[in-house]
Design a protein around this ligand. Sequence first.
Ligand SMILES: NC(=O)c1ccc[n+]([C@@H]2O[C@H](COP(=O)([O-])OP(=O)(O)OC[C@H]3O[C@@H](n4cnc5c(N)ncnc54)[C@H](OP(=O)(O)O)[C@@H]3O)[C@@H](O)[C@H]2O)c1
Length: 300
Amino acid sequence: MRKILILGSNGLLGQNLVRHFRKRNDVIASSYSAKNKLSELGISYHRVDITNRVAVAELVQSVHPDIIINAAAYTNVDACEDHPEICWNTNVRGVENIVEAAASVKPVLVHVSTDYVFDGEDGPYTEDDQPNPRGNYARSKLAGENVVKNSDLEYILARTQVLFGSGRDVGPNFVTWVIDQLTHKRKIRIVDDQIGSPTYAPDFCEAIDRLLQKETFGLFHISGPDILSRYDFAVKIADVFDLDKSLIERIKTVNLNQKAPRPVNSAFKIYKLINYTGWEPHSLDRALELLKEELANQDG
Ligand SMILES: NC(=O)c1ccc[n+]([C@@H]2O[C@H](COP(=O)([O-])OP(=O)(O)OC[C@H]3O[C@@H](n4cnc5c(N)ncnc54)[C@H](OP(=O)(O)O)[C@@H]3O)[C@@H](O)[C@H]2O)c1
């Protein structure tokens, strides 16, 4: 049985990773908060701040994992403009701490990165395309990637984007936010000039699992296969969840006044993932249906 240490286990992706990998592995969870949001699963949980070099070293030495999956990050893109130190400390120094702590234990390191490393002027992107990050979050995530690339560890560098799924006490993701707004009959304004490839969190976990099983390392783009605007995505969500799509107003990015720049088209080409694993993520329609089932089971 592989021993897998999952960092950022309280986050949307972290919770999905814990739920996925605990089925066939010895999973140890760690996150920033004192509270383990998945305490009902009964897995071992360590409260560790990845910016604390000593604490990370002690955690990795005591757990001695075969695999570390780092889903911990400072993910509030606009807040990264206001708090560049927290952003850099978490997304770069935190990764340096993990790499340093892992040097003697030599686990495989799976590190999660983002489509924001691209400027979005020329998407969809392959793994061979040149990053050009804009904004503090984007620059910190690219710097974090480079820390992993320059390490002596075997690694999977997994860029993903527009994650959606379910989690306990996590902030809303685009899908759960749209569902919530439309369920309460609120009008929402959604941009039709930001294009991406939404990613169903359980599919991301499956992709990582398959890459690990094949011992295939390197940089991978992991997203769903569909490429569409945020507006079209919102309409699709309304369709699948039987909500009123007339409440969705089409707007442009300039109307939003967001602090950090957003890539216009940062969709992924995922041929590399498909070629290496022989597996394809679900279509967006199917993934939304699966999420609907997930949410219904949680309610019940
Ligand atoms: N969400 C997306 O659409 C998206 C898109 C592209 C890439 N990504 C990447 O995917 C990864 C996971 O994202 P997510 O959406 O799951 O984010 P999230 O829900 O914000 O979760 C991030 C987790 O990181 C933990 N964390 C933050 N600072 C920490 C620190 N100093 N020490 C230890 N843990 C810390 C938080 O812990 P607590 O909850 O315990 O405080 C939180 O659970 C990130 O690397 C992100 O950049 C996400």
